[in-house]
Ligand binder design. Structure first.
Ligand code: HGY
Ligand code: MN
Ligand code: MN
Length: 397
């Protein structure tokens, strides 16, 4: 099965030997290696590779300008210390499904595309699904290009260093080629594991979710000589923010965490001058998530700080007709919503018929080196994707 070979190709790319996790950030050396792998895997299959204005890679079986095609694929980048499956499972399964269709002598009735969306995690520049948001116009080019990574490098400079231009932006020529998009992804939760029913599920919707930045000002001073009443220590507000996020999430049937923080100047014996904290908040209902964010915004303002939205994704239901067709093709597998964002959600929000297939994650753990899926379930995912593509590619455009 080509899946094993494809999967083995990626196992060492961008892997941190200390944690065993992956650091595959946009427009870095690891990313370049992954993009080279994608182009090689496509070339070995005689697929024509194009790169759109925003750097997303597309490998085509058939001419996509003869009419809108069926696209599958996902992303190859990761969060810091990410797992092996989040993203790559969808791209590897897409190539393996092309092989399976060819092995059975299938001839697609319309073009089939495999996509690698760049910068889906936003780990380096802070905006998730940056490649698909730029492609669809959901993210303004000037905002994206000015984003800076932890070293102060702008996305524009990172693109230039990667040999890419900065003429990013909505790409209608590429979007016209996408008649429908089906993304296979490892499940990031225990829905299938707890159901113990099937190794794959079909997605119903993506929860509303957002990333917010809390700027908490303080006053630099000596940690040893400054009397307590004279201190303006921003870490106190940060500590309150962290606890308030969890407390508000529990009360509003949502989830929230402060997974990233920057303390300046970050010295053991210095009271910080500033703390920047990022909040990720999500939930099944937008009103509940907004209630959590409202409380955190008020807390931040009371601390003399600012609470700024960095990205927001409204609840994204997937196309019901396509969803039901996937379920029928897969003989009635479970249908699950997800709290994880995906490029599929960005395309769906643009009105492109989009669906997702989830592959069982026995522990539910994701965004962690411990992320895992059984090989048998991964192969079941390839079989499911192959069946779905055969059904969709056989149908008239
Ligand atoms: O954050 C997310 O939900 C996705 O993994 N980018
Ligand atoms: Mn992810
Ligand atoms: Mn993902």
């Amino acid at each position: 099965m080509s899946f094993d070979e494809l999967w083995a190709d990626l196992s060492d790319v961008g892997r941190d030997p200390r944690s065993g996790g992956y650091r595959r950030f946009a427009w870095t050396r690891a990313d370049a290696e992954l993009r080279e792998w994608f182009a090689g895997a496509a070339a070995r299959r005689g697929l024509d590779v194009t790169v759109d204005r925003c750097g997303n890679q597309w490998a085509w079986w058939g001419d996509p300008d003869t009419g809108p095609g069926i696209v599958t694929g996902s992303h190859l980048d990761s969060v810091p210390d990410g797992g092996a499956f989040d993203g790559p499972l969808g791209v590897v399964s897409a190539f393996a499904a092309v092989d399976a269709l060819r092995d059975k002598g299938f001839q697609p009735g319309r073009p089939l595309g495999v996509v690698n969306f760049c910068d889906e995690e936003g780990a380096r520049f802070g905006i998730a699904c940056a490649g698909s948001r730029l492609l669809t116009g959901a993210l303004a080019p000037e905002r994206a290009l000015a984003l800076r990574d932890a070293d102060g490098v702008t996305m524009a400079d990172a693109l230039a260093a990667a040999g890419r231009g900065t003429d990013v932006g909505r790409d209608d020529e590429t979007l016209r080629r996408v008649g429908a998009f089906v993304e296979l992804h490892v499940e990031q939760g225990r829905g299938l594991a707890d159901l113990d029913a099937a190794p794959v599920a079909v997605a119903s919707a993506i929860w509303p979710h957002g990333r917010f930045r809390a700027d908490l000002p303080g006053e630099a001073n000596h940690a040893g000589t400054t009397r307590l009443p004279d201190r303006r220590d921003p870490t106190l507000a940060y500590a309150r923010l962290v606890l308030a996020a969890r407390d508000a999430a529990e009360r509003h049937d949502a989830v929230a965490t402060c997974g990233k923080v920057r303390v300046e100047p970050n010295g053991v014996n210095a009271i910080p001058s500033h703390v920047t904290a990022w909040v990720d908040a999500r939930g099944p209902r937008e009103a509940d998530v907004r209630a959590v964010l409202g409380e955190l915004s008020s807390l931040t303002e009371r601390a003399g700080g600012a609470f700024v939205e960095e990205s927001w994704t409204a609840e994204t239901p997937f196309d019901a007709t396509l969803r039901d067709r996937l379920v029928a093709t897969l003989s009635g597998v479970p249908v699950l919503a997800t709290g994880a964002g995906h490029d599929a959600g960005i395309l769906a929000a643009q009105g492109i018929p989009t669906g997702m297939i989830f592959v069982r994650n026995p522990t539910g753990v994701s965004h962690s080196p411990a992320e895992f899926a059984e090989r048998a379930d991964c192969l079941a995912g390839v079989t499911a994707l192959t069946a779905v593509l055969e059904d969709l590619l056989g149908a008239p455009a």
